[in-house]
Design a binder for this molecule. Sequence first.
Ligand SMILES: [Zn+2]
Length: 70
Amino acid sequence: MDICNQCEEQTKKSSSGKPHEFLVKVDESRIFKGKKPRGFEEQDYKCLTCSAKFTQSTNKNDLAWTLWRG
Ligand SMILES: [Zn+2]
């Protein structure tokens, strides 16, 4: 599956990076509660251009932006 240039760039962004303009939120964010600093949130996104799916996570042990290759 080919992804668009904006999604390619998105994979390199940090957790503070914003989703690119054609990434739209899918569902609500998932909040994982834990004792600080272990709580974190995940949010799924889908690209309107190439249909790539991303998950943004604030979990320090995960990639900030995970691309799900189909
Ligand atoms: Zn894309």
